[in-house]
Design a protein around this ligand. Structure first.
Ligand SMILES: [Zn+2]
Length: 84
């Protein structure tokens, strides 16, 4: 499954580290961000990145971005929003 969402091009992801050789390098970091965000909103305490279930990314700014960093950034944003 290839991610076709517009979020592939969000400039936010420019700041994430690259993951050229890791397990998540073909996964869509923006989808990882959204998953982290949803978990953060719920302040989930049992976290599971489950990288294999994320769509793959072939283009855009999230290509080869670390899904681990994206998930963590999303989780933080979600937790912050949960207090608003
Ligand atoms: Zn995506």
């Amino acid at each position: 499954m290839i991610c076709k969402k517009e979020h592939r091009y969000l400039p936010l992801f420019d700041n994430l580290p690259d993951d050229q050789g890791g397990a998540g390098r073909h996964r869509c970091a923006a989808c990882a961000f959204e998953r982290g965000y949803q978990d953060g909103l719920k302040r989930r305490e049992q976290l599971n990145l489950d990288l294999d279930s994320l769509p793959e990314s072939q283009a855009g700014t999230v290509r080869h971005k670390s899904p681990h960093a994206a998930y963590a950034a999303g989780y933080l944003a979600g937790v912050q929003d949960s207090y608003r």
